[in-house]
Write a protein that binds this ligand. Structure first.
Ligand code: 13P
Length: 276
């Protein structure tokens, strides 16, 4: 199939009332797991790379490999800069062949977030790519600020983004207490933006039953990073312990952790498509 823009696959998902998984790759194996899971589930997928890797050369070097994996996958794959911090990262991603960028201005005052995100969306559209923005703020190591539906509508109109990340009760990373999503707020945002694919960040540890309540309300992209990458690391640790010091060539050793990740992602893809 082809490497595609995020808009192409997310608009279709929103129309169908389902969501697609957006998973953070950090190396060859995690990237392979993402495209293999998409292939086995016959589902489009978003392969994304976190902004930190745009500051240390990894996103550029990995970019060529990710494009090749995406092009060889029989399913549609979008390649996305996750949590872009500035326009330099956006320009770099577009130059390196990423088909989608996020500019995360969610910690800025409204007007500054609009101005920066609008520039990112313009750059993306000039490169025939698509852009995600965020209004409200999903906490990282800071405070959550839930999204106001009217502000979300205005933000989308003023910036021209193709997908909009909203804050409805999730946080990034593992939870300290079980989260409860603000379903009513999500419904209002979905009604204010009936054609906009909404994005749920902080997929890790959010109960699937809660996630499945907001998908029909407009959530079309669900980001999962921590639990997926931890699945890889835990499998590596278990297999190293089982090898008990015996040398196994790295290419062979990595097959089992990759397979564990594929199984994990397949379950998420099915759940987000409301298949189980
Ligand atoms: P988690 O690490 O909580 O899954 O969040 C991922 C995310 O939102 C990436 O943008």
């Amino acid at each position: 199939m082809a490497i595609v823009t995020m808009k192409e696959i997310l608009q279709d998902a929103r129309k169908r009332g389902i969501a697609l998984g957006a998973f953070n790759a950090a190396n060859y194996e995690t990237a392979c797991a993402i495209v293999q899971a998409a292939e086995l589930e016959e589902s489009p997928v978003i392969l994304q790379v976190y902004s930190r890797m745009f500051g240390n050369g990894k996103a550029e070097a990995l970019g060529g490999l990710l494009i090749r994996l995406a092009e060889k996958c029989p399913q549609k794959v979008a390649l996305h800069l996750d949590h872009g911090e500035n326009l330099e990262q956006v320009r770099n991603a577009l130059e390196w062949g990423y088909t989608s960028v996020m500019l995360d201005g969610s910690r800025l005052p409204f007007d500054e977030n609009v101005a920066l995100t609008k520039q990112a969306a313009t750059l993306a559209h000039q490169a025939k790519a698509t852009c995600e923005g965020e209004i409200g703020h999903v906490a990282m190591a800071d405070e959550t600020e839930l999204t106001d539906p009217e502000e979300a509508r205005k933000f989308a109109e003023l910036t021209g983004v193709d997908a909009l990340a909203v804050s409805i009760g999730t946080v990034h990373g593992y939870y300290k207490a079980e989260p409860k999503l603000d379903i009513g707020r999500c419904r209002e945002i979905g009604q204010a933006l009936p054609n906009m694919p909404l994005v749920l960040h902080g997929g890790t540890g959010t109960p699937i039953s809660e996630v499945q309540k907001v998908i029909p309300l407009g959530i079309a992209k669900i980001n999962v990073a921590t639990e997926f990458q931890h699945c890889f690391l835990k499998a590596v640790q278990a297999d190293l312990e089982a090898a008990a010091g015996k040398f196994i060539p790295i290419d062979k050793f990595m097959d089992a952790p990759t397979a564990a990740c594929v199984e994990h992602l397949r379950k998420l893809i099915r759940a987000f498509a409301l298949k189980e």
